[in-house]
Design a protein around this ligand. Structure first.
Ligand code: XMP
Length: 523
């Protein structure tokens, strides 16, 4: 199997920073494969990993705390380049004989830094990045290095006099007090790239095409002549999984698409058009609207609605899958953040939303083996692979959609007439966002149906109809989110169109709640 994509890989040891996943994404953006492992990974495992370079994340502890996560000897003994970020820098400094001031607090904020240290030393990591003018960085103002270890030099200092970066003069070992991985650090991605390509000499082997070629061979080798079943939801992850599995396995793949009556407008037709008609994928389309809506009648509690939709989905999926002869595998759109979370990795970053239906428990019950070809990818990489596989851009860049669909966007009882009104309103909203060029700037946007009536006037008459709320948020991790500052003119246009075109709606509201204290969905 051609496996050049994994032949240069980086090890990221996680010390509990909320930013660890972002470090990994930056390394991937520099074109190299990397994995996040807990800081406690043992020496043999570190050696067996054969990293081209190692990055130590930040963390919220103090290196002198009893029982604080420590540095595995292999990290420095392997002789590969090491970059320690914040807590990682403190560990390196202490291990090499320097001193850290344990202030004990962990505060972040912007800081201006500039080059420092002996004129005779040219930092291969910082010089070109930091330049003579200095840069703004996102800095931890907690513990910090106060004495540089023997054989090391200071390379950057903050305006407040804090040691911002150190490095060894004889080995490729670097420490930075700030967080180059976050957006608040000016050109931070360039510094990570300097480490990955410049210091470690990586060749940028991690590409979407490389991944596709590799995964196609891997899928074929794994599956042999067996048959695979996959639940297609209209979400990005399952769509890309299906496209990849189809390219590898052709007619050995059958997708099941369940219309639960809670999908977005035209979603069913679009999935069938793209996959069945256009790509020639075998798709069983199941019309289960009545079954879902029947079960949901009279149910108002959000969690009970979620559970009902989930259980009914599994039931329908199982019935359909049982009709396919010779199925041995279940394909799933699991992606890397899901893997990290379920491995119990304490990255602190959001439990990433699964845009595919949760079919937990199904593989065991049906005696199927799991096939998860995207489990090494971050969302942005999934999208790149999707585009490369020829999926339409609108599908690949679609906002996340929760498994229970409109079921949690119709507050209280779910009814077909409510779902129909919501679908139309949501469609108008998305259409206008795309037209105005805002859709891809927003992490997630949708309409919510409020089952309350309010009074209005239209023409000469008084109306007494339902309310729709519009939600749009900016977020990276979906754990925290800001409401999106939608241009007023655009809101005006969307509101006018919804009220004029959707019968039954006479009022539109815009949600200006951030998360926290709100959640992104209303239920
Ligand atoms: P909240 O509302 O918790 O949403 O701020 C965070 C992200 O998760 C999605 N979400 C779900 N996804 N099943 C899913 O597959 C669910 O039950 C569910 N609830 C929320 C939500 O759309 C947002 O992207």
């Amino acid at each position: 199997m051609t496996d050049s994509i994994h032949s240069e890989k980086f090890l990221i040891l996680d010390y509990g920073s909320q930013y660890t996943q972002i470090i990994a994404r930056r390394v991937r953006e520099s074109g190299s494969y990397c994995e996040i492992h807990p800081w406690s990974m043992d020496d043999q495992a570190i050696r067996d990993f054969r990293p081209l370079g190692i990055i130590l994340s930040g963390g919220h502890r103090s290196v002198y705390d009893p029982g604080a996560p420590d540095l595995r000897p292999a990290v420095l003994n392997l002789g590969v380049p090491v970059l320690g970020i914040c807590y990682g820098m403190h560990l390196l400094a202490r291990a090499c004989g320097g001193q850290v001031d344990p202030s004990g607090k962990r505060e972040y904020g912007g800081a201006d830094i500039r080059m420092d240290g002996p004129a005779s030393h040219r930092s291969p990591l910082l010089t070109d990045w930091l330049g003579t003018a200095g840069l703004k960085v996102w800095m931890s103002h907690g513990d910090h290095v106060v004495r540089v270890p023997p054989g090391f030099v200071a390379t950057a200092v903050s305006q407040g006099g804090l040691l911002a970066a150190i490095e060894s003069v004889s080995r490729p070992v670097f420490g930075v007090q700030f967080h180059p991985e976050v957006d608040h650090t000016e050109n931070g991605a360039v510094l990570i790239d300097r480490f990955v390509r410049g210091i470690c000499g990586a060749h940028g082997l991690w590409t979407a095409t490389g991944f596709i070629d590799y995964e196609i061979e891997a899928l074929r080798a794994k599956v042999g002549s067996d048959h695979v079943v996959l639940g297609l939801s209209g979400g990005v992850d399952s769509a890309v999984t299906a496209a990849l599995a189809h390219r590898a396995l052709g007619q050995q793949l059958t997708c099941i698409f369940v219309d639960n009556g809670l999908l977005r407008l035209h979603e069913g037709e679009e999935v069938m058009a793209t996959f069945a008609r256009h790509m020639g994928v075998r798709v069983l389309s199941v019309q289960a609207q009545d079954r879902f809506l029947g079960r949901l009648a009279g149910v108002t509690d959000p969690e009970i609605k979620r559970r009902m939709i989930g259980h009914t989905f599994i039931e329908v999926f199982e019935e359909e899958a049982a009709k396919i002869p010779g199925v041995r595998w279940l394909g799933q759109g699991t992606i890397y953040p899901d893997v990290i979370e379920s491995a119990g990795g304490k990255t602190g970053v959001a439990t990433n939303i699964k845009s595919h239906h949760n079919v937990g428990g199904l593989p065991e019950r049906m005696g199927l083996k799991l096939l998860e070809p995207l489990r090494e990818l971050f969302k942005d990489e999934v999208r790149r692979v999707g585009l490369e596989l020829g999926l339409p851009r609108e599908m690949v860049f679609r906002h996340p959609f929760p498994g229970p669909g409109l079921g949690v966007r119709i507050l209280g009882e779910v009814r077909k007439d409510f779902a129909d009104m919501l679908r139309q309103a949501d469609h108008i909203y998305m259409e206008e966002l795309r037209l105005a060029g805002h859709y891809e700037k927003i992490a997630q946007a949708f309409a919510v149906f409020l089952p309350v009536k309010s009074v209005g006037v239209m023409g000469d008459g008084r109306t007494y109809e339902y309310v729709v709320a519009l939600r749009a948020v900016a977020t990276r991790d979906y754990m925290t989110a800001d409401w999106y500052p939608m241009p007023v003119e655009l809101l005006k246009k969307i509101s006018n169109r919804i009220i004029n075109e959707v019968q039954g709606i006479n009022r539109v509201a815009y949600d200006i709640t951030s998360k926290p204290p709100g959640t992104i969905e209303w239920e």
